[in-house]
Design a protein around this ligand. Structure first.
Ligand SMILES: NC(=O)CC[C@H](N)C(=O)O
Length: 311
């Protein structure tokens, strides 16, 4: 059966509309507190080059922790397996900005997707690049084959001005010797990378390398196949923080969430899907975007835990 993806996406946009008033926007970053909660977008990019969208699929929003996929890819490309000496590969079962495990585990974060792990990744990039946030942005430009996407300077400034918790995490790790650079410089780069603004269409296209063993269609290798596989594994187990198990049950795919309301999911060998809606649940994951991707994955039979992948 050939799937009618444009119609499916329209149906999903209509289905999730009642959820759009639910949840809270990420007001701990003041510039994000103004986001209207009635927005919704969804887009799918297939590895053979088709892109479909519905709702506000072309509207750019703050990618926030979705940037951690790109930063990790870049760090793995530069550092290889040495990275795993400084960052773990286990789910945390704690909120994304938690400090509690760091003392017991001597400053080694559980995984690269909680803030502590992402700050270590940024520290690695600070060693490698004079402007690490530009390196992440240019990595995105390479994935998209165009240089249009940018960092929203106001969002970056707003988060940087309210980054006490991330500063605490960074200083704490530095006290254990697991953050080597200047904490202020790491926070500058981290907040700027989180403030990249992209649309669902751009995020779905940019994530295709994860669906294609590290090769960005139509044929540019951006990371090796093993790195792509590892990023997917970490997205499945850690990409949604303390909701990773719930989303694995509901969606069954590698996913990454961000407090800007975006969720990216990868269907290996086939496609990448991104949904966006600003209202967040208590874990900081978008309520309507998660519901939309759940509905999409179910409709196309995408769960990696199901025997039959194609309806
Ligand atoms: N989960 C997220 O998207 C968090 C990213 C945000 N910039 C923070 O550090 O708090």
């Amino acid at each position: 059966m050939t799937l009618d993806l444009p119609t499916l996406l329209q149906d999903i946009a209509a289905d999730v509309r009642p959820l759009l008033g639910e949840g809270e926007v990420a007001s701990y970053i003041p510039a994000l507190s103004r986001m209207p909660r009635d927005r919704f977008g969804i887009a799918v990019a297939t590895i053979d080059g088709r892109v479909y969208g519905a709702g506000d699929s072309g509207h750019r929003f703050s990618i926030q922790s979705l940037s951690k996929m790109y930063a990790l890819a870049l760090a793995l490309q530069r550092e290889g397996d040495a990275l795993w000496q400084r960052v773990g590969r286990e789910p945390s079962g704690t909120p994304f900005n938690s400090l509690v495990q760091l003392e017991r585990e001597r400053g080694v974060p559980r995984n690269p997707f909680v803030n502590a792990g992402a700050l270590v990744v940024t520290d690695v990039l600070c060693r490698r690049y004079l402007q690490p946030e530009r390196a992440v942005l240019e990595f995105v430009h390479r994935l998209l084959g165009e240089a249009d996407v940018a960092i929203d300077a106001e969002v970056a400034r707003s988060e940087r001005g309210h980054s006490d918790r991330n500063a605490a995490i960074a200083h704490f790790m530095r006290s254990f010797g697991n953050l080597h650079g200047d904490v202020g410089a790491v926070l500058d780069a981290y907040c700027a990378q989180c403030a990249i603004a992209m649309s669902c269409r751009e995020l779905a296209r940019a994530g295709l390398f994860l669906a294609a063993d590290g090769v960005q269609p139509p044929g540019t290798r951006v990371v090796d196949a093993l790195a792509a596989r590892r990023i997917n594994a970490l997205m499945l187990t850690c990409g949604a923080y303390d909701a990773a198990g719930d989303l694995a049950c509901r969606i069954g795919l590698p996913v990454k969430t961000g407090v800007g309301g975006g969720i990216v999911a990868v269907v290996p060998g086939r496609l990448c899907v991104c949904a966006w809606a600003p209202g967040l649940d208590a874990n900081g994951n978008s309520i309507a975007a998660a519901a939309a991707i759940e509905r999409f994955a179910t409709a196309i039979g995408a769960s990696i835990f199901a025997a039959d992948a194609s309806p």
